[in-house]
Design a protein around this ligand. Structure first.
Ligand code: ADP
Length: 292
């Protein structure tokens, strides 16, 4: 309230104060409905494996005399619990990147991108070698204006080979490829992309992970030769819980949260993320961050 006698007086000496409150409730309603959807989605995602586990446990106790059946059903129980664990872990990750207080406390330190990318790749090595997928890394420099080796780029100007045009930097120059970000989060962002590239690719294919320094930015690109993403789905894959093929995603341990977490992290660091993809040819995800 405004105290009396602060000059808002009419001729009669009465204080008259008009408070006009215009509040945009549509934003709040939108947020509320998003929150409700989120809780519904989480509940559903948790209920499915939890339900399966209790059903499988019952079946096991009925089949106690049959060692093969016990082995089979306990294997399925482990798989479903792994799914639960993965989901909870991703939810914690999402909560962490979305919490403003946590975000404010996070460091925005200079981060050496090639080092982060190497770590993200090495944390996916087991999954990659299980599918005989070779991950190729390339660290390049475009600041000198040389754009060589553009072969591999198709008519959209997209490059599926995993190689990025430009001069390859030697190991000593890698330290100069730096952005401002939270190192741990940036690693999560890249790790999610590499994880997907492996998940959605057939055995024996290649995944390319490249880092390119340009004058103003650093580009991190993850290229696969996998199943691709239909054009109409490409704008939706960054939404929480959206999956092109929910059954396939679940079968490969997906949660539908990875890309939404990655996008959040990239935006937090002042960058952008984009996708190019063609079904049955592969996908290319590009993170672009301002150079430190
Ligand atoms: P998920 O845990 O299901 O992989 P994400 O949020 O990481 O969740 O990805 C959302 C959806 O986008 C996936 O379910 C999948 O349909 C699609 N997708 C993501 N990355 C790729 C890729 N490299 N190739 C094909 N499809 C992909």
């Amino acid at each position: 309230g405004v105290p009396a006698g602060d000059g808002i007086a009419d001729k009669g000496g009465r204080n008259e104060l008009y408070v006009i409150m215009i509040e945009d409730v549509s934003d709040r309603r939108h947020f509320e409905s998003m929150r409700r959807d989120f809780v519904t989605n989480v509940s559903h995602e948790l209920k499915t494996p939890a339900g399966a586990i209790s059903l499988l446990a019952e079946t096991i106790s009925d089949a106690a005399g049959d060692p093969d059946a016990v082995k089979y059903f306990s294997g399925r129980i482990s798989k479903e619990s792994a799914r639960l664990t993965e989901l909870v872990q991703k939810l914690i990750e999402l909560q962490k990147v979305q919490d403003d207080d946590v975000a404010a406390a996070q460091s925005n330190e200079p981060v050496c991108v090639p080092q982060i990318v190497r770590e993200a790749v090495s944390e996916n090595e087991v999954q990659a070698s299980a599918k005989h997928i070779e991950i190729r890394m390339f660290f390049g420099d475009d600041t000198v204006g040389v754009v060589a080796g553009a072969e591999g780029a198709d008519d959209d100007g997209h490059d599926h080979s995993g190689a990025t045009p430009g001069r390859q930097v030697d190991v000593n120059d890698e330290d100069a490829i730096v952005v401002r970000a939270d190192a741990e989060n940036l690693k999560t962002a890249v790790k999610n992309l590499v994880e997907n590239a492996i998940h959605y690719s057939p055995e024996g294919t290649h995944v390319g992970v490249s880092v390119k320094r340009t004058n103003g930015s650093v580009q991190i690109r993850v290229v696969d030769q996998g199943i691709g993403i239909p054009a109409e789905a490409q704008s939706r894959i960054f939404e929480r819980f959206y999956r092109v093929d929910p059954a396939r995603s679940r079968a490969t341990g997906g949660t539908g949260l990875g890309l939404s977490i990655t996008k959040h992290i990239v935006q937090e660091a002042g960058g952008t993320i984009s996708v190019w993809s063609r079904p049955n040819e592969g996908s290319t995800f590009t993170i672009e961050l301002p150079r430190a």
